[in-house]
Design a protein around this ligand. Structure first.
Ligand code: WTA
Length: 664
């Protein structure tokens, strides 16, 4: 929206103002809708009429050892779902499929970064999980214990998680890119008794020595660990590997010799399934608690409906890392509960070449790809020749998660990867929500590029203003209005922090920390974290909208904007911009981009400074770290940078910021 004042025509004092209007719409392709699992609004209506009965119906799709007596007990902010019900997550992911006769079906096509491949069927996975479960028991692990897992993206990682689930121990997976200190802190917070790790893994052609990191973690604390189980992945490529007598055990020695039969514990629906620590950028990490019955119900339901799963024919690939919640819910538990066939890939998208992903899609005939905007923008930067060199015609569905997807990145994904025929589902959720909450259903929803569209059936989500009043239109705070089955049950060991963090800002509502707006058609648009919202001359401008305006320019692959303090206007907008590779632009290009933002949004959003950069500082899960960019923009000392994927990026940015490139 453009107007001469740059006000975007909005009412002053809105929680977050709403400037960018995206008018393109994409109804479900006719053929897709015809064969879609969900092709009309009946499910939304049923869920709205009786949400508890709706979720109970979804839960019945699982196998329960004992039925529940009560669907929901809601003592705000503490929920219990499927009370009295008993089930086992590993049984639901494995045994029941084998019993149903699909044991020979492929569960995972694994591809290691060096090019090694393994095909693992449901029957094989069940046997390996049974052996691992017995190995854990032999090490004294019991129902109710916590097990830390620090592994590369190899099949033994889901095996270890499922083995824990089978015997009723909760896992705490620590992303393999985290440091020894991060691992130690997480082990200590959970008092884990066992650590499962590997000698290492492959990343961009280099051996990452996980066992050596684990040894550092254990020598500096983490006294609760009694045993360490070690997968041999690198073999001779692992440098100075030391196995400590009595504590460390090789997987191939301890697990391989076990009996594959291992009883699945009948767990209570509310027993802890896992802890996953959110890497807060400042505070102590929070151990997010997920339990058994509600979690599995919602991840299975969402995986099936959001991706329109056809388990007999689909080859599904979620390209996240299992160390994040996306991998827990949509590489391991959702797809396996649904008996899907998935791809599991160990490494980076650019090894050995920038077409690695597209060669994987071609080789396995991937039908469904689920990835993050950061990856899509990286591919945009590299150019279209890499996907164009491969046959991607097997794809029929695309998904996005992790950050707001800029409309131009959405269009690029839809066109260059999906060939203009695949619905793109933009899925909003969090570690805390456990499963997808806001997303299109591809056979029903008319898509708008950049919008996560509507809450899924059974989910209550509303945008509210500063006072917590529901907004029918415009920008504010995204809140959830009722409990959902996969919701976090708390922060491990700290119920008060749980209440404070999520339930104190707005009475009776879960506040997710994200800004969002509602458009005239009721579509939801995520506007980024509210901590990142900029205040320019009294207007609250969302970082996402200005970034999307920049990415809208054909030269731009990725952009991050921050507000830097300014005596006159409160904050001025500083833009960090990555151009598509191979473009020749002069220094006057900064002015071109500033003018483009003014045209798309209005003068209020004109960046004062544009800094060009080859890379942006990101967390290891790919989210742009705007806090660091603010520090750079304001010339401050950088705070904690431990969650940064590549610290060199910030050093280079500071140099560029100091030399004032692109200053108005
Ligand atoms: C952001 C990842 C916009 C959001 C599953 C959220 C998104 C945080 C989207 C959670 C999306 C995730 N559109 N923003 N589709 N998906 N986010 O815990 O800020 O790693 O609060 O979970 O990512 O990140 P987390």
């Amino acid at each position: 929206m453009t107007d001469a004042t740059g006000d975007g025509g909005q009412v002053q004092g809105a929680a977050i103002e709403d400037y960018l209007a995206e008018l393109r719409t994409f109804p479900p392709p006719e053929e897709f809708a015809r064969s879609a699992l969900v092709s009309d609004r009946t499910m939304y209506e049923q869920a709205e009429a009786d949400p508890e009965e709706f979720w109970a119906a979804q839960a019945r799709a699982l196998t329960w050892f004992e039925p529940w007596d009560q669907v929901l007990d809601w003592q705000l902010p503490f929920a219990r779902w499927f009370i009295g019900g008993r089930l086992n997550v590993a049984f639901n992911c494995l045994d029941r499929h084998v019993e149903a006769g699909i044991g020979d079906k492929v569960a995972f096509y694994f591809e290691g970064e060096p090019g090694d491949r393994r095909t693992i069927t449901y029957a094989q996975l069940l046997d390996e999980v049974g052996r691992c479960a017995n190995a854990l028991r032999s090490l004294g692990i019991e129902r109710g214990d916590r097990v830390a897992i620090y592994m590369p993206m190899i099949p033994e990682l889901p095996v270890a998680m499922l083995a824990c689930a089978r015997i009723g121990a909760a896992h705490s997976v620590v992303f393999g890119g985290f440091s020894a200190d991060a691992l130690r802190d997480r082990i200590e917070d959970a008092s884990a008794r066992l650590l499962i790790t590997a000698d290492g893994g492959w990343r961009r052609g280099h051996a990452v020595e996980l066992k050596a990191n684990a040894d550092h973690a254990l020598s500096s604390g983490a006294r609760s660990i009694e045993n360490v189980l070690v997968v041999r992945r690198l073999g001779d490529a692992a440098g100075n590997l030391v196995m400590q007598e009595g504590r460390d055990h090789w997987w191939h020695e301890l697990v391989s010799g076990q009996d594959p039969h291992s009883p699945a514990e009948a767990m209570d629906a509310e027993d802890l399934l896992f802890l996953l620590y959110t890497s807060g950028t400042t505070a102590r990490p929070k151990g997010i608690m997920h339990t058994t019955g509600g979690y599995l119900t919602q991840v299975a339901f969402t995986h099936r409906t959001v991706f329109d799963l056809k388990p007999e024919t689909d080859v599904y690939w979620c390209a996240a890392d299992i160390g994040w919640v996306t991998g827990h819910s949509y590489i391991v538990y959702g797809p396996l509960a649904n008996g899907a066939t998935s791809v599991l890939y160990e490494g980076t998208p650019d090894f050995p070449g920038r077409d690695r992903w597209w060669s994987i899609i071609e080789r396995y005939g991937v039908t469904t790809l689920y990835t993050a905007p950061t990856a899509i923008r990286t591919f945009m930067k590299w150019g279209t020749e890499y996907p164009a060199a491969h046959d991607l015609s097997s794809l029929r569905m695309l998904g996005s998660v992790g950050e707001p997807i800029n409309p131009e990145a959405w269009i690029w994904y839809w066109q260059q990867i999906g060939g203009g025929r695949c619905p793109v589902v933009d899925t909003w959720w969090q570690t805390e929500t456990g499963a997808i909450m806001i997303s299109p259903l591809p056979g029903v929803t008319t898509l708008k590029p950049g919008s996560a569209t509507f809450p899924l059936p059974g989910i209550g989500a509303e945008v509210v203003d500063d006072a917590g009043r529901k907004l029918e239109r415009g920008g504010g705070y995204l809140t959830l209005t009722r409990p959902w089955p996969a919701m976090l049950r708390g922060i491990y060991g700290d119920p008060e922090r749980y209440r404070q963090t999520y339930w104190s800002r707005f009475e009776g509502r879960y506040f997710a920390g994200d800004g969002a707006k509602v458009d005239d058609d009721g579509y939801l648009w995520l506007l980024g974290r509210v901590d990142d919202v900029m205040n320019v001359s009294g207007h609250r401008v969302s970082t996402t909208e200005v970034e999307s305006a920049l990415v809208d320019h054909p030269s731009v692959a990725e952009a991050a904007v921050v507000g830097a303090n300014d005596a006159t206007t409160g904050q001025v907008i500083i833009a960090f911009v990555t151009l598509k590779l191979g473009l020749e632009v002069g220094h006057e290009h900064a002015e071109v981009l500033r003018a483009h933002v003014v045209e798309k949004i209005g003068a209020i959003a004109r960046p004062r400074v544009v800094i060009f950069t080859d890379d942006l500082p990101k967390t290891r899960s790919g989210k742009i770290m705007r806090r660091l960019l603010r520090d750079v923009a304001e010339g401050r000392d950088l705070g904690d940078t431990t969650t940064l994927a590549d610290p060199a990026v910030v050093a280079e940015l500071r140099r560029r910021a100091a030399t004032g490139s692109g200053e108005e």
